[in-house]
Design a binder for this molecule. Structure first.
Ligand code: PLP
Length: 434
């Protein structure tokens, strides 16, 4: 297929589309854009890493979420990937947003998203950020301690509080429960304290850990929330809001499958929060939406071959992105990601044990904990990693003077017209409630 037909936006003077947005022609794909950029960079002197965000993935993920969890409204977790175009597309699709700080609240409110579509879901908040939420009408706030209740009662007594429950998340790849969540046995005290302090608790939330490995974690946590609802109602709170958090898979094909997880969630909701119970149900998916959006291309800037005892060769590849760039989160993941090698190789080339290092002078700067098997490559060759949209560009630094990978977004004709009307009118389409 022909490559190079995409028009970089901003080419025509006065265009509403900025330079970091590539408008795809009908039939053109984001993958073709990646390959074209690699060819262009390989012909020049600078082979810096770059990321391509395929925004057309977002409507597909949104549809899948809605089909699989029809009773649950997604409030996208901004922390996962706060690229302005990702947020604009999600706003246009009608999601809500989970914000963790004043900075994220500012970003989402700045898009024109109404505060009613935002939850400030960080149980431990700076007072100044609470005041910001109060000033801008963001009412839903999570808490998991008495100290936080006292702070909110003093600075934002009109808040609608959501009690974050502790979950057993040791089987999730990224556990959160060592830091957040009130144990069930402490919740009665917290609910009574809230009543005595005069602050309203409207519901409960939890997070089963990011990249949850067992759908049963949702089952247990939703059942615990049912107990909390009973407790809250007895104590005098008007409990009508359930937030089942994030933890949904960002990669297709991995177990547990999203559909399987959704099946367990739907069945548990039907039992504990049946339709017609008047409870609003939301989730805070992050990687589910963002992971499949981005592809990153990195270049081999240096290489060493080491002969090991027994005569085996091990290859050390030094890449121009690593732990201090877009790969920070992967050192906490037991499985390495397998890159696509952009090079003509013979059929079944021999594979070698390889370590992928990042570019800084720190020996800790590796991409993955485990070695992986790759063919023999050379300085100047490119590795491409798909599914790189979650917890990547949001975590980059300029350590050792290496700037983060550049990011450009691609948008196809259909999504383009949705965005165009939103940008022209300055308003987002009707908020869609499920
Ligand atoms: N909500 C909260 C409170 C979180 O802390 C996180 C991730 O850390 C998320 C949602 C998003 O989780 P995930 O990306 O696993 O869906």
């Amino acid at each position: 297929a022909p490559v190079g037909t995409s028009k970089e936006s901003g080419e025509s003077p006065g265009s509403m589309w900025p330079k970091d947005l590539i408008l795809l022609e009908p039939g053109e794909t984001a993958w073709q854009v990646v390959l074209k950029k690699i060819r262009e960079l390989s012909d020049g002197d600078v082979q810096d890493p770059f990321m391509v965000a395929n925004l057309d993935v977002l409507p597909r993920r949104h549809q899948l979420f809605h089909q699989a969890l029809p009773r649950v409204s997604p409030f996208y977790a901004v922390k996962c990937n706060n690229n302005p175009w990702v947020l604009r597309v999600l706003a246009a699709l009608g999601t809500g947003f989970d914000c963790a700080s004043q900075g994220e609240l500012e970003q989402v409110l700045g898009l024109g998203v109404p505060p009613s579509r935002i939850i400030y879901a960080n149980p431990c908040k700076p007072v100044s950020h609470i005041l910001y939420a109060a000033h801008h009408g963001v009412q839903l706030l999570t808490f998991d301690s008495e100290e936080e209740l006292i702070k909110v009662a003093q600075h934002y007594p009109g808040a609608r509080l959501v009690l974050r429950l502790w979950t057993q998340d040791s089987e999730s790849i990224f556990s959160l429960s060592t830091k957040f969540g009130a144990r069930l046995e402490l919740c009665e005290h917290l609910l009574k304290s809230a009543r005595d302090l005069g602050v309203a608790v409207v519901g409960t939330s939890f997070h089963v850990g990011s990249s949850c490995q067992t759908p049963n974690s949702f089952k247990q946590a939703i059942a615990d929330c049912r107990c909390l609802f009973e407790m809250g109602l007895r104590i005098g709170h008007d409990m009508n809001f359930l937030d089942i958090g994030g933890g949904f898979p960002g990669e297709e094909g991995l177990d547990p499958k999203f559909e399987e997880m959704a099946g367990v969630i739907n069945a548990t909701l039907a039992q504990d929060f049946p339709e017609g119970s008047g409870v609003e149900i939301i989730a805070e998916p992050g990687r589910f939406y963002a992971a499949p959006v981005c592809t990153i291309a990195v270049n081999i800037i240096a290489k060493k071959a080491v002969v090991q005892p027994g005569g085996h060769r091990k290859l050390l590849y030094y890449l121009n992105d690593g732990y201090y760039g877009d790969f920070r989160v992967f050192l906490r993941d037991p499985e390495p990601k397998i890159p696509i090698v952009v090079k003509e190789l013979g059929p079944e080339p021999p594979l070698f044990s390889c370590i992928l290092f990042g570019p800084t002078c720190d020996a800790f700067d590796k991409l993955f904990l485990e070695e992986l098997q790759l063919p023999e490559l050379n300085v100047g060759d490119w590795l491409v990693f798909p599914t790189m949209g979650a917890y990547t560009n949001v975590m980059t630094s300029t350590f050792n003077g290496f700037p983060p990978a550049s990011i450009c977004c691609t948008v196809g004709p259909e999504l383009r017209s949705l965005l165009e009307s939103a940008l022209q009118t300055g308003t987002w389409p009707e908020w869609r409630r499920f």
